[in-house]
Design a protein around this ligand. Structure first.
Ligand SMILES: Cc1ncc(COP(=O)(O)O)c(C=O)c1O
Length: 406
C-alpha cells in the first residue's frame, strides 16, 4: 500500500469532478454513449500508403522535433507543411486567407481549447458558453478560475438577444468578458446551427464589447443535409474569432491532431503559453500529404454520407418506438440526436432499467451548467451499426413506455 498523497494535489486537481470512466454492471450491447467517428470510415489503406511514402521521402527528418528548414517555430506552431495545407483549405472552403502563424497545431481540438483558455483567461474573467455545452471545455475554464456564465440555445443556436442583455448587465457591473465559446455548427449536444443573422450579430457584439469568440468547429464539415453556412472564422474581419478543429471526427481520433486557426495576433496568445514542444512531426507530415493529394475532401464527403444514413435510421427508429414520450429535431449533420424526454416519464427509472439491459447513453445533465428542470438524453449514433441503432432504440422505446405515467 502506498501513502495517501492526495493532500499534495493542487486545488485544481482536487476541485475536479470524479473522472468518468464508464463501468457498466452488465456487458454493453447498445453503446449510444460516445461521440466517436465510425471505424468503418477510417482511411486505413491510404494512411498506410502515406506512412511509407513519407518515411521514404523524408527519412529521419520526419522523426525530428521540427523541420530544419523552418526551424524552431515548429516547436510552438507545429509542422509548417500541414499549416500551409490547412490554410489552403480555409481559402478554398471559406474564402479566408490565413497566415501559417495564424494556425497552431495541437493534440486534438481539446488541447487547442486548453491553450486558448490559458492564453486569454485570467482568474475572475467572465467566459460565456451555451447553456448546454462540451463538458471538457467547461472544465478548463473552471480550472482557470473563470466566472462561467451561460446563454440559452434555441432552434437557431445561441440566443444573441439574451447574450446582448447579459453583456450589458456584466458591463454595468464592471465585469470583464474575455470569451464566448460556441459550437456554432452542429452544436453539442443539441445539434442546432447558429443562423446566419445570428452569426453576424455575434461578430458585431464581439467588436462592440471587445471579447474573443472561440468557435469549436469539430463537427462543422460533417454535414449531410441543409445548406452549408459560413463559419464564424470565415465571416470574421476583426481578428476576434479563433476556431478550433481537428481530424478527430472527420478522419480518426487516434491521430490526436487538431489546431486553432485565427489571426496571427489571435493565435499569438496560444503560442505564448505553449511549452510542450509541439505535436508529432511524423503524423503532421502524413496528414499534410493526405490534404496535398486531395484525399481529405472526398473522404469527408463519404464519411458525412455514412452519418446521414445512421442519423436517418436513428430518427426513424425513435419516431417508431418512442412515440410521443420524446421530442427532437433531426439534425443536418454530426453524430447525435438530442432527445427531450416527456415529463410523464420517470427518467431515473429509465436510466436504471437501461443500464441493466446493456443500453448505454449519456444523460443530458452532463452537458448542462444549470439544468432547466427538463430531462434530456444524448444519443450518439455515429459509432454503432444501423442494425444496432434500430434494435437498441426499440429497446429504449419499450423502457420509456414501461416508465411512463399514463
Ligand atoms: C464539441 C467538441 N469539441 C471537441 C471535441 C474533442 O475533440 P478532439 O478529440 O479533437 O480533442 C469533442 C469530442 O467529443 C467535441 O464534442
Amino acid at each position: 500500500m502506498t501513502d495517501d498523497i492526495t493532500a499534495l494535489y493542487s486545488s485544481a486537481a482536487r476541485s475536479g469532478p470524479p473522472l468518468f470512466f464508464p463501468d457498466p454492471e452488465v456487458p454493453v450491447s447498445f453503446n449510444f454513449d460516445q461521440g466517436l467517428a465510425a471505424p468503418e470510415t477510417f482511411p486505413q489503406q491510404q494512411l498506410l500508403r502515406l506512412a511509407q511514402k513519407i518515411l521514404e521521402r523524408d527519412g529521419a527528418e520526419a522523426l525530428e522535433y521540427f523541420d530544419a528548414a523552418t526551424g524552431y517555430e515548429e516547436l510552438v506552431f507545429g509542422y509548417k507543411g500541414l499549416r500551409t495545407q490547412l490554410a489552403a483549405r480555409y481559402l478554398e472552403t471559406e474564402g479566408r486567407t490565413l497566415d501559417p502563424r495564424g494556425i497552431i497545431l495541437t493534440s486534438g481540438s481539446v488541447q487547442a481549447i486548453a491553450l486558448a483558455v490559458n492564453g486569454y483567461v485570467d482568474r475572475g474573467d467572465v467566459v460565456i458558453v451555451e447553456a448546454a455545452s462540451f463538458p471538457y471545455a467547461l472544465r478548463f475554464m473552471e480550472m482557470a478560475g473563470a466566472d462561467v456564465r451561460s446563454v440559452p440555445v434555441d432552434a437557431d443556436g445561441l440566443d444573441t438577444d439574451a447574450l446582448e442583455q447579459l453583456l450589458i448587465a456584466l458591463a454595468g457591473e464592471g465585469r470583464r468578458v474575455k470569451m464566448v465559446y460556441t459550437i456554432a455548427t452542429f452544436q453539442l449536444p443539441t445539434g442546432v446551427e447558429l443562423s446566419l443573422p445570428r452569426r453576424h450579430r455575434l461578430l458585431e457584439l464581439a467588436e462592440r464589447f471587445n471579447f474573443m469568440i472561440l468557435e469549436d468547429n469539430v463537427y462543422g464539415e460533417l454535414r449531410f443535409a441543409g445548406e452549408p453556412l459560413p463559419s464564424l472564422l470565415g465571416l470574421d474581419t476583426s481578428g476576434r474569432v479563433m476556431q478550433c478543429n481537428a481530424f478527430s471526427k472527420t478522419v480518426a481520433p487516434g491521430l490526436r491532431l487538431g489546431w486553432m486557426a485565427g489571426s496571427t495576433q489571435g493565435i499569438g496568445a496560444l503560442a505564448g503559453v505553449r511549452q510542450d514542444l509541439g505535436v508529432s512531426q511524423w503524423l503532421s507530415r502524413l496528414m499534410a500529404e493526405f490534404l496535398a493529394e486531395g484525399l481529405f475532401g472526398p473522404h469527408v464527403a463519404r464519411a458525412a454520407e455514412v452519418y446521414g444514413r445512421k442519423c436517418h435510421a436513428a430518427a426513424s427508429a425513435v419516431r417508431e418506438h418512442c412515440g410521443d414520450y420524446v421530442r427532437f429535431r433531426e439534425p443536418n449533420g454530426s453524430f447525435y440526436l438530442w432527445l427531450e424526454i416527456d415529463e410523464r416519464v420517470d427518467w431515473q427509472r429509465v436510466a436504471e432499467l437501461a443500464g441493466k439491459q446493456g443500453l448505454f447513453f449519456r444523460p443530458g445533465e452532463r452537458f448542462m451548467g444549470e439544468s432547466d428542470g427538463r430531462q434530456y438524453l444524448r444519443l450518439a449514433y455515429s459509432h454503432v451499426s444501423e442494425a444496432v441503432i434500430t434494435t437498441g432504440i426499440a429497446r429504449l422505446g419499450a423502457i420509456l413506455h414501461e416508465c411512463a405515467r399514463r
